[in-house]
Write a protein that binds this ligand. Structure first.
Ligand code: ATP
Ligand code: MG
Length: 697
């Protein structure tokens, strides 16, 4: 990533005259989409039924200042909401850290000396407070009519049984456990069961291939793999156990690595026991061993800085990184962000559609909600099964109040038409969330007007696997929204916009998004690779955590994420963010989604190559291409017009729905033979489709 940054910086320093007066940070135009330039404020009227936690920007600013000026008091007070077996050292600052490689190794510590357990705080604490009968998880299966309801007591008992099983298989504190399961209640229970006994869980998204799973197993050498026989996603049957077997064979062939225990949940909805491939001795049926375990289990009291879990990043920009989070800081930060960002109120029904295989599913399906004693929905299937109204049918069924999803899902549903939304009432909804990518303004307005009927604020939450939880987001009803802006930093988050020399900029500006000081949820290292951690986040700009994203800060202090640093394209000295061009393309009625990348250009330095996916019923034509180009010329300028429009049936996406631009870049540049690590692609068949549809140039 440093090499890429250098390339980018060299573009910025070309001395090209058309570039003069355009130092990075003095944008010639707004980096965001034209529609967003109207700078319109969106104010959502308050619901008289309840008082939001934050009611004004002044109230937020006071709390924010407290969090920055005196973090020990601020976070110390919030951490009192949890049970600590032993309090943290009060004779030293709550947080110790070094962000400067010049001064020595990078480290961050919070709540040193404190002992706690996140599973205890997520389950036992609520049951002991008499809330055992409260629903914790409302599960909805892939096919309508399959559902399940688990109370806090149910969840605690089930989790303890899994913990007892792991203990019986000699899993001890610090051992890794790999969890490769679909979105069934057993998945969060398995995570909590690991946390209870101090085992480090590594959840791998169940859409990954045997190859991807093997890479992740070999990276952390787990003692146990927990999986499921098979499952259905839409009308597709996924034979998960066969993938696990193939993957474990790869581990054996490559590094002679084998595991002792593979725990297999028998999913009777998708497979028969006798059809499941099996290795005696190693493989055990969940249903044969778990129900017999005791429903109470011992706890491991964990030091605040003991590792809680590891999780691989999406791999949008390179080989996925094994991000490590620790117990104390992650617990406090995930819980507090959940409470404020989603304005959690008693009686809320929360639904985050993320899979537990990515960080949002860790923080806002499992830990954040349960730490707050919330009731949440978990859904096994996809948004368009059996039709594009499924999400809204589930919202009505469970009376969901708070709905959190990703822009990719919003765009898919938007392309399917409003009628699927309007068929369902959605009147329980009071708050909407978006996470994972920039949300373009067409999608934002559709989400706001059609899904939320203009009554629900949208919290556009920016964060990363490495940050543990939300870093930039509106706090609902706290201040006006602007479509496409994540608005303001969360408590304790000190953002800095820096220029290419690493100097911080002030006021309205544009540059690289960095973070100045530690927040409780920051990843402490990359698994067994602290060098790569320092290299990836701390060496680019000394003294800062570098996010890898570009951003703009406007006159109101609002932040606009403009995309990845390496997604800036330099055409004849004009810096164009990929998101800007994509927004124009996406705004075309016939365009379902798009992605643009840079290609080398003899005259201009770089040119733009656009991939566009058409909505159902639309067909590619020269005329359509001309109208797309015309729109880009009109909305942004002639210099931003793509050299190529490549009509493709789909885009290569990560498991979390992010477009993998590095693959598109290779395809656009004719480097098909060197596509790099494809292990985190959600569907690798799409690559062939793209190659087949490549226009001749
Ligand atoms: P890798 O680091 O392996 O390339 P990744 O960055 O895609 O993968 P994640 O940690 O899942 O892995 O994603 C974090 C990134 O997602 C952010 O750095 C940002 O680019 C993007 N992102 C997340 N939320 C938002 C948002 N609300 N607005 C804009 N971008 C977002
Ligand atoms: Mg990243």
């Amino acid at each position: 990533s440093e090499a890429r940054l250098k390339i980018l910086l060299s573009h910025l320093n070309t001395g090209n005259t058309s570039f003069s007066g355009l130092s990075f940070g003095v944008p010639c135009r707004q980096a965001s989409a034209p529609q967003q330039e109207r700078n319109d404020y969106v104010i959502i009227p308050r619901n008289p039924m309840f008082t939001p936690r934050i009611t004004s920007r002044e109230q937020y600013s006071r709390m924010y200042m407290d969090s920055i000026q005196d973090p020990s008091t601020f976070w110390g007070r919030l951490a009192q909401d949890f049970y600590w077996r032993k309090g943290w050292n009060t004779s030293q600052p709550l947080c110790k850290y070094n962000f400067d490689v010049q001064r020595g190794p990078i480290f961050v510590e919070w709540f040193r000396g404190g002992y706690t357990n996140i599973c205890y705080n997520a389950l036992d604490r609520h049951v002991l407070a008499g809330k055992g009968e409260q629903p914790a998880l409302l599960w909805e299966g892939n096919d309508a009519g399959q559902d399940m309801r688990l109370t806090y007591q149910d969840l605690l008992s089930y989790t303890c049984q899994i913990s007892n099983f792991l203990l019986a298989r000699n899993v001890a504190k610090g051992d890794r456990v790999c969890i490769y399961m679909p979105m069934i209640p057993e998945l969060p229970c398995a995570m909590l069961a690991c946390a209870r006994i101090g085992a480090i869980h590594s959840v791998v998204f169940a859409g990954f291939s045997a190859e991807a799973l093997a890479g992740r197993i070999l990276d952390c050498h787990p003692k146990v793999v927990i999986t499921c026989s098979a499952f259905k996603r839409g009308n597709k049957l996924i034979d998960l156990k066969t993938i696990v077997d193939a993957s474990l064979q790869l581990c054996l062939d490559r590094e002679n690595f084998s595991i002792d225990t593979c725990l297999v949940y028998h999913n009777h909805r998708a497979s028969l026991r006798e059809d499941t491939s099996w290795k005696g001795g190693r493989d055990l049926w969940w249903q044969d061993v778990i129900p017999g375990m005791a429903k109470e289990a011992p706890l491991e009291w964990m030091e605040a800085e003991d590792p809680l879990f590891m999780l691989y990043t999406s791999g949008s920009t390179g080989k996925p990184k094994g991000v490590v989070h620790t117990v104390g800081g992650y617990m406090v930060f995930s819980a507090v962000t959940f409470k404020y960002v989603f304005d959690h109120q008693p009686g809320d029904i929360f639904w985050c559609t993320a899979d537990c295989g990515w960080i949002t599913g860790h923080t806002y399906v499992t830990y954040g909600p349960l730490l707050n004693c919330a009731t949440c929905v978990i859904y096994e299937g996809i948004p368009v099964w059996p039709d594009a109204g499924r999400y809204w049918q589930i919202v009505d069924k469970f009376k969901v109040t708070t709905f959190h999803t990703a822009p990719t899902a919003i765009r898919t549903l938007e392309a399917s038409g409003d009628k699927f939304v309007k068929k369902h009432s959605r009147k329980s909804l009071r708050l909407l969330g978006s996470v994972g990518e920039p949300i373009n303004s067409k999608a934002w307005w559709w989400y706001h007007d059609i899904v939320g009927e203009k009554r629900c604020p949208i919290v556009d939450t920016w964060w990363q696997t490495e940050t543990g939880a939300t870093m930039i987001s509106p706090l609902p009803w706290g201040w006006p929204l602007k479509p496409g802006s994540a608005t303001l930093p969360f408590f304790g988050v000190q953002l800095a916009v820096v220029d290419q020399n690493g100097n911080e900029k002030h006021g309205a500006c544009e540059g690289f998004l960095c973070i100045k000081g530690p927040w409780p949820g920051i990843a402490r290292t990359l698994y067994l690779n602290h060098d790569r951690y320092e290299q990836s986040y701390f060496k680019t700009f000394s003294g800062y955590y570098t996010t890898g994203d570009g951003c703009k800060r406007d006159n109101d202090g609002y932040y606009w994420i403009t995309g990845r640093i390496d997604d800036v394209i330099n055409v004849s000295g004009h810096r164009i963010s990929t998101g800007e061009v994509e927004s124009v393309l996406n705004a075309q009625d016939t365009c379902a989604e798009s992605a643009v990348v840079a290609i080398p250009h003899e005259v201009k330095g770089q040119g733009i190559y656009a991939f566009a996916v058409l909505v159902q019923g639309a067909t590619p034509s020269e005329e359509l291409k001309r109208s797309y180009l015309l729109s880009v010329r009109k909305e942004i300028g002639a210099f931003a017009a793509p050299e190529v429009i490549h009509w493709t049936p789909g885009l290569p996406k990560t498991r979390s729905g992010k477009v993998m631009r590095r693959i598109l870049r290779k395809i656009a540049c004719g480097e098909e033979n060197d596509l790099g690590d494809l292990s985190s692609l959600a569907d690798s068949a799409v690559v062939d489709d793209i190659l087949k549809s490549k226009p001749s140039q």
